[in-house]
Design a protein around this ligand. Structure first.
Ligand code: DAT
Length: 180
């Protein structure tokens, strides 16, 4: 077998990525509630621990310090059993993850969610364009082995429920197959 990561993790690490508003945080919280996995909200961590090089006014976002972020998470990821939530996926080492979920939402749906968040019109447009151009999906496909990247629609509560169930089942199977 030629799995990319020769992992000795007994619990998997999962990355949940996607354009802002696609449902990463909600989905991760639900998966963490249903399993032994621990949710890591990277955007919050970056703000709380100052893992950035200041604020970019033009793009209305923090400028990520990739190296600080990866240093902060290295030991934590080594333990396994983490579900990581972030809108970008190319900053992390490939070996950290056993599964990469890319959440997707239709334009109209995403627009409504970002508007609800009171994002500035420019920031809404940028994020909608990012979703249309499949920026995060392509980033994921460029950064991780094809067979571990899974694209899931996240427009409705039913879809979210089904995504959560699917990942929970996958986690259970991983644990059965990686017992000590
Ligand atoms: P993200 O972490 O990707 O920015 P979120 O989890 O904060 O997204 O979700 C943004 C909002 O949209 C939040 O109010 C919950 C809602 N939402 C997310 N996914 C959904 C889905 N599949 N069905 C219904 N509502 C959803």
């Amino acid at each position: 077998d030629t799995l990319p990561s020769t992992t000795n993790r007994t619990q998997p690490n999962i990355l949940v990525t996607g354009t802002p508003g696609t449902g990463k945080t909600t989905t991760c919280e639900m998966i963490a509630d249903a399993t032994s996995l621990q949710h890591i909200d990277v955007s919050r961590l970056v703000k709380e621990k100052g893992l950035h090089e200041g604020y970019n006014e033009e793009f209305d976002t923090f400028i990520l310090d990739d190296e600080k972020l990866c240093d902060e998470l290295e030991d934590v990821m080594e333990e396994g059993g983490k579900i990581v939530d972030f809108h970008s996926c190319e900053v992390f080492p490939e070996r950290w993850f056993d599964l990469v979920i890319v959440l997707r939402a239709d334009n109209g749906v995403l627009y409504g969610r970002l508007e609800q968040r009171n994002y500035a019109p420019k920031k809404i447009t940028e994020n909608i364009e990012c979703e249309i151009m499949q920026v995060v999906l392509e980033e994921a496909r460029d950064s991780y082995a094809e067979e571990i990247v899974v694209e899931l629609p996240s427009n409705t509560a039913d879809e979210m429920e089904s995504n959560v169930q699917r990942v929970v089942q996958w986690i259970e199977l991983f644990k059965e197959n990686h017992r000590e």
